[in-house]
Design a protein around this ligand. Structure first.
Ligand code: SAH
Ligand code: SF4
Ligand code: F3S
Length: 434
């Protein structure tokens, strides 16, 4: 009987892809099969996130639970960003952990899995040309990493120290990987990197520079691929060439993530984001002008050290002007190995941070309550991709609205027109029109 593997994944989409790679590598090289039942597993892996303090605290309580529930002889591995930054301290604090594997070292999973006490976290490691085993995929979409690491130095962010320098994956490897997925039925791809639009600046071996725009053009030539998404682009690098390609290329989904972080130029400077409030607005408006049905999502950090009420008002002002469709809000969390720790004296009281977070959430809630009803009566085109137990199917529009409608499995993988009859703050419901 094959050995069973249970993986729990925290953090961002990149971690999800890393977990898929871990699973595929262990299936191919070590004969594991996946299970959703922790108690059945011979190997339990937690793929961790370090971006805020909370997920790190969660790690130790989580692995403590794993240790209690696991079957006799089962191993526990800690992978991902917290593994990178805590390294062997994880085994010191939780000696029942069998191995630690950093976010930049995923290709080494087959080497560490059988060595009790192994810790592989070198930030110099380069996985960018490693051919990972192909993960099983029963869905119409897949995610593909286009780079590893991050060269930015946003002063609040731990990621550059957990994932190391940015290296782009060669374009022909990316195209080949997507082509294989398309041959197996995938129609939509999400390109992933911490900073996708600095793609092509540095490769593992010497080769000519390459741009993200060119990569998008190359990928859209793949026959049978219908939709391309990507995350995260950096607002600083959204040049005209990129925006024009984004607007012009019919395969690129018309929903873009523009991580604002703060609307105050002063705070953006302290965060070392490299752009001003005006630049951000200019880019967002340029895109809105070229693409009328564009949806924009964002990340915002409130209560960064030194953020005054006035700075926060600048953030609210950008939110009011850009009219984001979705906002991921975070309260600033001081992280090890980050420049912002030097601003300790200017840290904002927790209650002020909570109040600002609340205000932002309320503002956005009110905006969606007002704007979503505008969709009533509209007809939208969706790619049906999942079957619900209640006789409904769901899918996304090109600009990434989630839509539900009545239907069965024969609709899966098809594009259909749906007339909207019901709206909530986050989704639409309607009837298929012929
Ligand atoms: N590379 C991506 C972000 C990865 S981290 C990008 O630049 O868009 C995801 C989000 O977590 C960030 O956009 C930021 O909003 C948030 N974040 C990162 N560090 C944080 C910290 N120390 N405190 C609070 N939120 C943080
Ligand atoms: Fe962190 Fe900035 Fe890199 Fe994003 S771009 S991962 S926020 S350092
Ligand atoms: Fe992702 Fe968290 Fe690492 S957001 S890059 S898993 S710190």
């Amino acid at each position: 009987m094959s050995k069973k593997l249970f993986i729990q994944t925290l953090g961002c989409q990149m971690n999800d892809t890393d977990s898929k790679h871990i699973q595929a590598e262990l299936e191919k090289h070590k004969g594991y099969t996946a299970t959703n039942t922790l108690e059945d597993a011979d190997l339990i892996i937690i793929n961790t996130c370090s971006v805020r303090e909370k997920p790190v605290q969660k790690l130790f309580s989580e692995i403590g639970q794993f240790n209690k529930k696991k079957k006799d002889g089962a191993k526990i591995g800690v992978c991902g960003c917290t593994a990178s930054h805590l390294g062997k301290d994880i085994i010191k604090r939780a000696p029942y952990v069998d191995f630690v594997l950093g976010a930049r070292n995923i290709s080494k999973i087959k080497d560490v899995v059988d060595i009790k006490g192994s810790v592989e976290i070198s930030i110099e490691n380069d996985d960018s040309t490693y051919e990972f085993a192909i993960a099983k995929n029963n869905s119409f979409r897949t995610s593909v990493n286009i780079s590893v690491g991050c060269d930015k130095e946003c002063t609040y962010c731990i990621v550059p120290s957990t994932r190391g320098d940015e290296i782009s994956i060669p374009p022909e490897m990316i195209v080949a990987q997507i082509q294989k997925a398309v041959d197996n039925g995938v129609v939509e791809v999400a390109l992933l990197g911490q900073n996708v639009n600095s793609y092509g600046k540095r490769f593992s071996s010497n080769r000519e520079k390459y741009s993200f725009t060119k990569l998008l053009q190359d990928i859209s030539k793949i026959d049978g691929l219908k939709r391309i998404r990507f995350t995260s682009p950096h607002p600083l690098h959204m040049d005209d060439e990129f925006i024009e390609e984004f607007a012009r290329n019919p395969k690129i989904s018309k929903c873009i993530h523009m991580p604002l972080q703060s609307g105050s130029t002063k705070i953006l400077k302290a965060m070392k984001r490299g752009y001003t409030k005006e630049w951000f607005l200019n880019r967002a408006f340029k895109m809105r002008e070229l693409i009328p049905n564009l949806r924009i999502t964002t990340d915002i950090i409130v209560a960064f050290p030194g953020e005054t009420d006035e700075d926060f008002l600048d953030t609210l002002d950008v939110v009011n002007q850009v009219k984001f469709d979705q906002i991921f809000n975070f309260k600033y969390s001081p992280r090890p190995n980050t420049k912002a720790l030097e601003l300790k004296e200017q840290e904002i009281e927790d209650s002020v941070g909570s109040a600002r977070l609340e205000e932002l959430i309320e503002l956005h809630k009110r905006y969606l309550e007002n704007s979503m009803p505008n969709m009533l009566g509209e007809t939208v085109n969706i790619l049906v991709e999942s079957l619900k137990p209640n006789g409904e199917v769901s899918g996304y529009t090109d600009n990434y609205f989630l839509v539900f409608t009545k239907g069965s499995d024969e609709l899966l993988g098809k594009f259909v027109d749906v007339k909207i009859t019901e709206v909530t703050r986050t989704s639409l419901k309607g009837e298929i029109v012929a």
